[in-house]
Design a protein around this ligand. Structure first.
Ligand SMILES: [Zn+2]
Length: 313
C-alpha cells in the first residue's frame, strides 16, 4: 500500500521549517551555516496517490519548472553505500561497511514501489542550474571506494530495478589492483548509465594534506577517469568526508576553491544523515549513510519515506 502522507512533502517541510540547523561548514557562506533555512521539496511531478488518514495537507510548493535555476534549499536523499555483498565478511571493519545483497534488493524494491526515481549527480546539477526538470521523488544512490562488489553486487540490481548509481572511485586503488573495480567493468557500467565520480587518487585527508597534494589528488583522479572512461568527471566525494568533518571552515573554503579551479561542479560529504541540499553550497551536499543491517522500516524512515507495508510493498 502506498502511503504518501509521510513522503518528502509537507510534513517534512514543516519539520524543517521549525528549525533545522545545518551541520556542515559550508564553503562560501562563512559562519552562516548555523542559520536555519526552509528547504523546498524538489519534485518533478505530483506525489503518488495519497491514501489513509495520515495524508498530509499538500502545502509543499509547486515543482520547479525546467529552465528555472533552483536557489533555495530543498530535500533530496543522497544515499551513501560502500560494499554490497551476499554475506558479511569476517573482518569487522569491512562488515560495518557492508549492505547484504538481499537487503539492497529490498531497498530498491521499496524505493521503486514507493515512487522514488533514481537520478545522477549530473541530472541534479543540471536541474539546479536551470536545466531539465527532475522526475518525481528523485533519489541518488552513491557507492564509495570502487570495490569490485559494486559491479557484482550493486550494478545488476540497479539495472534490474531501473536505478542509476553514482560510484566514487579511488583511482590509485584501481591502478594497484586488488578487490576493486577494473576499468573494463567501469566502462560497462558507464555505458549502462552509471555515473563515475572522483574519490581522489589514494584516499588522503584533503583537510590536512598540503595544497600541492590536494591539487594533484583531485586533478590526477579526474584525469585518469576521463582518460579511461571518456566523458567528463564533474563530481568528487571527499575521502572520509574531509575537510568537512574535523577541519576549519577556512580549510574547507580553500579545498573548495581548489576543486572549483580544477573544474569540478560539486562534491559530497560523508554525512551527516540530512536530506537537505543547498544550491548555495554545491561543494557540501549531504548524504544519508546506509550502514547495513538496518531494517527496511529504518531505511524508509531515514529518508522520510512511507513505511513499508511489506518487504516489497
Ligand atoms: Zn572512501
Amino acid at each position: 500500500m502506498r502511503n504518501a502522507g509521510l513522503f518528502l512533502a509537507a510534513a517534512t517541510l514543516v519539520a524543517m521549517a521549525a528549525g533545522v540547523v545545518w551541520a556542515s561548514g559550508l564553503a562560501g557562506s562563512g559562519d552562516s551555516d548555523s542559520a536555519a533555512t526552509t528547504p523546498a521539496v524538489l519534485s518533478g511531478s505530483s506525489p503518488p496517490p495519497v491514501s489513509g488518514a495520515a495524508a498530509a495537507t499538500p502545502t509543499h510548493p509547486a515543482p520547479t519548472p525546467a529552465g528555472t535555476p533552483v536557489t533555495v534549499p530543498f530535500e533530496l536523499p543522497i544515499f551513501m553505500y560502500h560494499h554490497v555483498s551476499p554475506s558479511f565478511p569476517a573482518d569487522q571493519l569491512t562488515a560495518n561497511l557492508t549492505v547484504l545483497t538481499s537487503d539492497f534488493e529490498d531497498q530498491l524494491a521499496y524505493l521503486k514501489c514507493a515512487g522514488y526515481t533514481g537520478i545522477t549527480m549530473k541530472q541534479l546539477f543540471d536541474h539546479i542550474s536551470g536545466g531539465a526538470a527532475l522526475p518525481a521523488h528523485p533519489v541518488i544512490l552513491t557507492f564509495d571506494d570502487g570495490y569490485d562488489d559494486a559491479y557484482t553486487g550493486a550494478f545488476p540490481l540497479l539495472q534490474q530495478y531501473g536505478f542509476a548509481g553514482s560510484f566514487a572511485i579511488v583511482t590509485g586503488f584501481i591502478e594497484a589492483g586488488g578487490p576493486f573495480l577494473t576499468w573494463a567493468q567501469m566502462t560497462t557500467m558507464a555505458g549502462a548509465g552509471m555515473e563515475m565520480m572522483s574519490h581522489s587518487v589514494s584516499h588522503p585527508d584533503l583537510g590536512t594534506s598540503d595544497d600541492a597534494t590536494v591539487r594533484d589528488q583531485i586533478a590526477a583522479s579526474r584525469a585518469a577517469l576521463e582518460q579511461h572512461l571518456g566523458g567528463k568527471i564533474e563530481f568528487l566525494v571527499y575521502p572520509s568526508g574531509e575537510p568537512f568533518r574535523s577541519n576549519t571552515v577556512q580549510r574547507q573554503q580553500e579545498v573548495v576553491q581548489m576543486l572549483k579551479a580544477a573544474g569540478y561542479r560539486g562534491a559530497l560529504l560523508a554525512g551527516p544523515n540530512s536530506l537537505t541540499q543547498d544550491p548555495a553550497t554545491p561543494f557540501a551536499l549531504n548524504r544519508v549513510r546506509v550502514s547495513g543491517g538496518e531494517g527496511l522500516a529504518t531505511y524508509a524512515g531515514s529518508i522520510g519515506g512511507p513505511p513499508p507495508s511489506s518487504p516489497h510493498c
